[in-house]
Design a protein around this ligand. Structure first.
Ligand code: ADP
Length: 348
């Protein structure tokens, strides 16, 4: 299944259409991630007091955790404008140069998927970030000359789901590195309550908790499921989201009480049934379950690892004992335990 026809995939539907209403504009409305917010509040205030632009920010973490939202908030809190693009949309040096030369003083320039930036553009960005200028070659052959074009002091916000793929000369030019991690159920609960209030839908407290357990630690998924539960509640339960609406709704969407959906279970089952619990290489696994490698590594695996169901080892992926329990499968081939544990932390 491709990422864009996937109901739970954070990139599933048009973000402009559905997300803008729920997207927080101020730091105080950005719920959870307290340490990130505390630090950012200081950096923003300090930059404002000095009348400077905010230092360049590097945002990493799985999709749907609030990277774009944070960039929006930074621009808002700094009182500057925001330009949003994604690295795959920047093809030629002139694409990047065109944007850079049109920025204002302090503009927050957000580049999503920065790990996919082409090498030739990356070099332009180095100089732009450090010296606030770019070298532009005019003409061709012997008559070509290089023009140094000054840029306003902008703030680059680079976001990635794969920080390990970002070249270190680029990474080290960001003054503020921020890593977003999955949200706790309490944080998700607050996000669900806030969104329900904005959408003007009533939700019982127990239902908030049930929903928080099922949304993969991801605000975007929480909001998406909330909207689906609103539909179920409207048609099946007089408009109030109760626990029974959530449980029935989840069943209809094929999401179990651990927040696992069919494709998650499929991945775990494939490792057990086809590879004796693992280890199996990521590429082989992706083919076995008909998933794109990128989607497997960025969307499914981080959550399965965080849930303690899967481990990434030097030899490949292995399921944990808990995976057998969650799937209700006998441990005919016990998983390897205690080996290569150092790999567990290196999600990205
Ligand atoms: P990313 O850029 O990391 O993929 P987004 O910034 O687009 O994720 O966030 C997805 C949606 O989730 C946003 O539209 C917003 O409504 C919601 N969201 C994300 N983080 C938070 C948060 N901390 N508090 C409230 N809502 C959030």
């Amino acid at each position: 299944m491709s990422t864009d026809d996937h109901p739970l995939h954070p990139e599933f539907d048009d973000p402009d259409r559905v997300e803008n209403v729920l997207r927080p504009r101020l730091l105080e409305d950005f719920l959870g991630q307290e340490q990130v917010k505390d630090n950012l509040r200081v950096f923003i205030r300090a930059a404002r007091e000095r009348g400077e632009s905010l230092d360049h920010v590097f945002l990493s973490g799985p999709p749907g955790l609030g990277k774009t939202t944070l960039a929006t908030i930074m621009a808002h809190e700094m009182g500057t404008d925001l330009r949003i693009t994604a690295a795959p949309a920047l093809d030629k040096p002139k694409d990047l140069a065109g944007i850079l030369t049109s920025l204002q003083e302090g503009t927050v320039f957000f580049i999503d998927e920065i790990h996919r930036l082409k090498a030739s553009l990356e070099e332009m960005l180095y100089v732009a970030m450090e010296d606030y200028e770019i070298d532009w070659v005019i003409g061709q052959g012997p008559s070509a000359r290089t023009l140094r074009v000054p840029l306003p002091r902008f703030t680059l916000v680079g976001a990635t789901t794969r920080p390990g793929m970002v070249a270190s000369p680029l990474y080290t030019r960001f003054g503020i590195p921020i890593r977003l991690d999955y949200y706790s159920r309490e944080e998700l609960g607050s996000i669900i309550r806030r969104s329900a209030a904005i959408l003007e839908v009533r939700i019982e407290e127990n239902a908030v908790e049930a929903l928080a357990d099922s949304c993969r630690g991801t605000p975007r998924v929480a909001n998406r499921l909330l909207r689906r539960m609103r539909d179920f509640a409207q048609v099946l339960a007089q408009g109030v989201i109760t626990t029974s609406v959530v449980y029935q709704g989840m069943e209809r969407l094929n999401i179990d009480r651990h927040g696992l959906e069919e494709q998650d279970r499929q991945i775990l089952r494939a490792i057990i049934e086809m590879y004796g619990g693992g280890p199996v290489g990521a590429e082989t696994l992706a083919i076995s379950v008909g998933e794109e490698l990128d989607s497997l590594e960025v969307f499914y695996e981080p959550f399965l690892i965080q849930q303690g169901l899967l481990q990434r080892t030097a030899r490949g992926r292995i399921v944990t004992r808990r995976a057998y329990q969650v799937l209700g499968m006998p441990e005919s081939t016990p998983p390897v335990e205690g080996e290569h544990r150092e790999d567990q932390g290196s999600l990205f």
